[in-house]
Structures are given as C-alpha cells and as structure tokens.
Design a protein around this ligand. Structure first.
Ligand code: C2O
Ligand code: CU
Ligand code: CU
Length: 539
C-alpha cells in the first residue's frame, strides 16, 4: 500500500498519536503570541507558503559547486532578501569559480579527491571555517585557536577521507560561532562515492532537481527584514530560539514537486532548536525512508513517520510522491514535543520554561508545532525506480563492550559544563591513543536540557540509549533504545535530560604527531559559553 493509498487508516492513527503526545503545559505558556499580524508573528501550523524555495543548483545563493580546483572563499557582509523585497544584511561565504559567483555554495566532493581552499576574512572580527564531520587533521579542522583576524587568510588542504554523505561547514571562532552562523555563515558539503552514485542511478536522483538539500534554521526577523541576534542572559543559558523558520534562507517556502521519489538532505543548521520532523498530508503522517545520517548512507532504508533532528545533525530521507496527484500538497512539519527544559538548581520557579524566559517579544517556544515547508505536487511524471533494499556496507561497529570513558553534562551558575569543565583554549583534559577503540558514555543530568553533543575529527557509532524520556523511547527500533537517526556513522548525538548515551569511536587516522580536536555541545550558545573541551589524539 502506498502512502497515498492508505490515507484513512493513517489519519486515524495520527489522531491517536497526537492525543497521546507529551504534556502540553508549555503550550499554554506559549500563548500570548496570538493576534500578531499575519506573516509577522511566529511560525505556526498552516498559513500561506508563497515563496519558492531556494533550491541548491546552478550558481548564486546555495549554488552547487564541484570543488575540483582550489577555491578562494571570502567571508563577508552581503545583502540578501530573506523576506521578499526586503534585502537584509547577512554574512556569507562568497566564492568566484570558473566565472561564476556563489554565496554559501553547496560544495560537492569525491571520496579520495584532494580539497584546497583559501579563506579570506573580510569581516571586522576573527573567523575560521570548520568542515563539520570531515575526517581531517587538526590543522585543517578550523579549531578556534586558528581563527584569523580581519584581512587575514587561512589555507586548507586535505584529502577527502569521508564516505559519501551530507556534511556541512560553518564558522568556529570562540565565543562568536553562534552569532556568525546565525547571521548566515553555513552551507553543505556533499561527498560522493561509488555507493552514492549507485543510489543516484537506481532512483534517477539529481542534486538540485530530485535530490534537495534543506538547511533548516530559525531566526528572529525585524520589521525591516533584518535578522536580530539580540541575546538575553536567558538565551545564553537555554540557547537562542527564532520565531520564523527558514529553509535555505527562504521564509515560508514552497517546493514544486512531480509524482516521483524525492531525496531531502535535511540539515538542522539552527543555533539551538530541536525539530521533530514529519511529512504531513491533511491529518495523515506520511511514511518516509531514512537512508542516511551524519556520516553517510545506512545499510538499508528505514521506514519512519517522524524523526527528531537536533542542531548539526543531518537526516537523508526519501519521500515517495509516486502515488500523489497534481494538486496534492504535503507539509514538512515539526510536531509538538516536550522540550524538557527542566528546572535547574537556582531556578526558583517549578517547571520553569526556559524557552520563554526573557522573551519580551513573541518567541516560538521550543517543542511547539509548526509548518516548515510546503511541497506542492504540480506535475505528473513516470515513477523512477523503487527504493533499493540495500544501500551501503558501512562496516560493523568497533568495540561494543568494555570500560567507557565517562562525560557528565550539567550546569553551575548557569554555565553548562562537560565533566565540570568549561572551555579553556589551552587546556586539553582528555588524551586518547591513536588507533585505540573507545566507548564514550555521555550522562546528562536529570535537571538539564537536551544537548546535541558533537565530536570533531572522527565519526562514531551510537551503541545504546538508557534512561530515555518516553517520547524518545517509543521511537526505538531495537533493545539498544536507538531510532533510525541514531544509526550509521554519526558526529553529533542528542542526549536528553536524564539520558545516558554510549558511542564507539575508533581513533584511527593517517596523521602524525599530536592532533587536538574538540568535543562540544552544538547548541551554539552553550558552545560559545564554554560547553566544549579539547581532546588530544597522541601516539
Ligand atoms: Cu559543527 Cu565544532 O562544530
Ligand atoms: Cu564539527
Ligand atoms: Cu548544550
């Protein structure tokens, strides 16, 4: 039975699931945003989606650039409309390449190729580019100690060692990563190999036509169309939330589709918000297939009807619109969930909802339901192939047993910490042996927030979730407590309050000497305030 053939049956299930959702207490706290003029208020369910999605293709903003020659990447201020007709100041990566100009290009690389780029800093402050998820030496990783000032340059050169997958790049200067990323500096880096080309061939996928990168971000936008990053003390603590959801820097976007299979490479590029993603048609949640996560393709596709996606994580999915008809619309939506911003020591008020704290303006609460992008089926076409049973041979996980290295996440005086530490650029509290396999166990305090924990330098495999909240546990597909977005190779994993997550890392790479990388929370306000540590890979 296809998605579109079982409408009625699923509609009934979806209604039940919605009723059984996590407590709705936060929703009442989120009231007060109503009565905002249409279009100016926070994102919600429904409304118009009048703006065509900026689809990565060709040149210009999010153009697709095959990085087969050395690139000059200028980091600079630009003007770009986010709300149509209102050009706003933004920051962007500008690349001139083969007589074309790109802003925040989607870089396409081949496994085994060499990549060369020069960063020119044309900002008034320091910056550095980090290639998120890429297996590079410390010199090419964009560590904050390598940040360069105005007018200075930084050279990158590395061999693409990654499997095919959806990676990304963004700034990493300490203390201002959140602001620079928020103001526009983020895009994708797509790696291709033989397995990837086989999938593209099987499903007739073309980047920018039927294979669509979606960079999802939330922003606060003023009446002038400008982005605001006016952080309060509470935003520093909980993370900065926006009230408008952008996809590829397009507000209220729609995407015109044909009746075929689409691939969406979804990147959560927001500073702090977690999404609970679903494709919805009316009251019905459509089935979709998770085919890849942070570090590339999974062994096989997994059918789901929802998936959590935390900051910096990627989800590679297939949506089959083969049984749809022109005139149908499907919504990419974030479903309601309990954001678990729990009471922490020092906060007097019980059940204090940090997503609302200090927000004088209407801020879309974390965990609220809202629509992200409308998919309009506009064209009939012949179905192209069917989803393969096997996608890739990622290899078995390394060690799954043994003494873990433990990391605790908590806060003191409203600063989030890893093992009681806040970031010190010159301290390296963890050393691992090159070539060693280790299990890392991340324990989040009960009174805490969800923390998307990110490892530089290596991809890991999630082994186990314990103590998960019900809204996470019910999505598990096996006794390890894992859901499809946890599978495969990962560089970022969300750890919910009270949860313990274990992952296996094989610290093997071809680089010599000491390599110092980062382990941090990818809630960018947490990171900027020091929820980050250095670790060293030593011989
Ligand atoms: Cu995408 Cu250190 O981060
Ligand atoms: Cu990274
Ligand atoms: Cu965090």
């Amino acid at each position: 039975m296809s998605n579109f053939g079982r409408r009625k049956f699923i509609a009934a299930c979806a209604a039940v699931a919605a009723g059984a959702g996590a407590g709705a207490y936060w929703w009442y706290r989120g009231r007060g945003m109503q009565g905002m003029p249409h279009g100016a208020g926070p994102q919600a369910l429904g409304g118009e989606f009048p703006n065509p999605l900026r689809v990565p293709a060709g040149e210009g903003v999010f153009g697709v650039l095959d990085a087969d020659a050395a690139l000059d990447i200028a980091v600079k201020k630009v003007e770009l409309p986010i709300v149509p007709g209102k050009p706003a100041p933004l920051l962007a990566y500008e690349v001139a390449h083969r007589r074309k100009t790109y802003f925040n290009p989607v870089l396409r690389l081949k496994t085994g190729a060499s990549y060369t780029a020069k960063l020119f800093n044309a900002l008034d402050e320091e910056t550095i580019i980090h290639w998120h998820g890429m297996l590079v030496d410390a010199r090419n990783d964009g560590h904050p100690r390598d940040a360069v000032g105005r007018g200075a340059a930084y050279d990158y050169k590395f061999k693409v060692a990654n499997r095919a997958g959806t990676y990304w790049y963004h700034p990493h200067p300490h203390g201002i990563t959140g602001r620079q990323t928020y103001l526009g500096l983020a895009s994708l880096l797509i790696v291709e190999d033989e397995e990837e080309l086989a999938l593209q061939k099987a499903l007739d996928l073309t980047l920018g036509a039927s294979d669509i990168p979606l960079l999802i971000q939330d922003k606060r936008i003023g009446d002038d169309g400008f982005l605001r990053y006016d952080k309060s003390e509470d935003d520093w603590f909980a993370g900065f939330l926006g009230e408008r959801i952008l996809v590829n820097l397009t507000a209220r976007p729609h995407f015109n589709a044909a009746t075929r299979i689409y691939r969406f490479r979804i990147l959560n590029g927001t500073n702090a918000r977690v999404y609970r993603l679903a494709f919805v048609r009316g009251a019905e949640r459509l089935e979709f297939h998770v085919v890849g996560t942070d570090g590339g393709l999974l062994e096989r596709p997994y059918r789901v009807r929802e998936a959590f996606l935390s900051p910096a994580e990627r989800l590679d999915v297939l949506l089959d619109l083969g049984a749809a008809a022109p005139g149908d619309t499907v919504m990419l939506r974030s479903l309601q969930f309990d954001p678990m911003h729990l009471e922490v020591a020092g906060d007097a008020e019980k059940g204090h909802d940090m997503s609302r704290m200090g927000a004088g303006a209407a801020i879309l609460p974390d965990g609220a339901a809202f629509d992200i992008m409308q998919i309009r089926v506009t064209q009939q076409t012949r179905a192209a192939g069917s989803i393969p049973d096997r996608l890739s041979a990622p290899g078995a996980p390394g060690m799954t047993q043994g003494m873990p290295r433990v990391f605790t996440l908590d806060q003191r005086e409203r600063r989030w910490r890893i093992n009681g530490l806040v970031f010190d650029m010159h301290a390296t509290p963890v050393t691992v042996k090159r070539g060693a396999s280790e299990i890392w166990e991340i324990r989040n305090a009960k009174a805490s927030m969800p923390h998307p924990m990110h490892l530089h330098g290596f991809q890991f495999q999630v082994l186990h979730r314990a103590g998960s909240p019900e809204q996470v546990r019910r999505l598990a597909i096996d006794e390890r407590g894992l859901a499809p977005p946890d599978l495969g190779f990962k560089d970022t994993v969300l750890v919910w309050p009270g949860e313990t997550v274990r992952f296996a890392v094989h610290f093997s790479h071809p680089f010599d000497g000491d390599q110092v990388y980062l382990f941090h929370c990818h809630n960018l306000e947490h990171e900027d305030r020091g929820m980050m540590i250095n670790y060293r890979v030593a011989t």
